[in-house]
Design a protein around this ligand. Structure first.
Ligand code: AMP
Length: 114
């Protein structure tokens, strides 16, 4: 049984607007988009936070980033530019405790973020 809503999306227990998936990774549109492209890229494996990633997850972490780049190309934001963000724990703004990359693009993004 998956603990979080993202775990349930990964197993297909609850629906999402999936834009990419493979045996290790699922990417779906954020329900509250902060940019024209706002996609969440998650491992199927339920890792709570980046702090909980272990050495055996090294390849999986790489796959998450490669999937984000693939989705960026698919969404047409790769050349113009985009941002990939990981929020970790409370002060980092994490609200769903299943590791995820935010892929944001389609508008100019400010730095530093809030
Ligand atoms: P974070 O604050 O980094 O943990 O990001 C969690 C993100 O998940 C937020 O941007 C939410 O809008 C998004 N979110 C929450 N529930 C869902 C859902 N069921 N489907 C898609 N996105 C979701």
């Amino acid at each position: 049984m998956s603990e979080t809503i993202f775990g349930k999306i990964a197993t297909g227990e609850i629906p999402a607007d999936i834009v990419y998936e493979d045996e290790d990774v699922v990417a779906f549109r954020d329900v509250s988009p902060q940019a024209p492209t706002h996609v969440l890229v998650i491992p199927r494996k339920p890792i709570r936070t980046l702090n909980d990633a272990a050495p055996e997850d090294t390849q999986l972490l790489g796959r998450l980033f490669l999937a984000a780049a693939k989705v960026a190309a698919q969404e047409g934001v790769a050349e113009g530019g985009y941002r990939v963000v990981v929020n970790c724990n409370a002060a980092g703004g994490q609200t769903v405790f299943h590791l995820h990359l935010h892929l944001l693009g389609g508008r100019p993004l400010q730095w530093p973020p809030g």
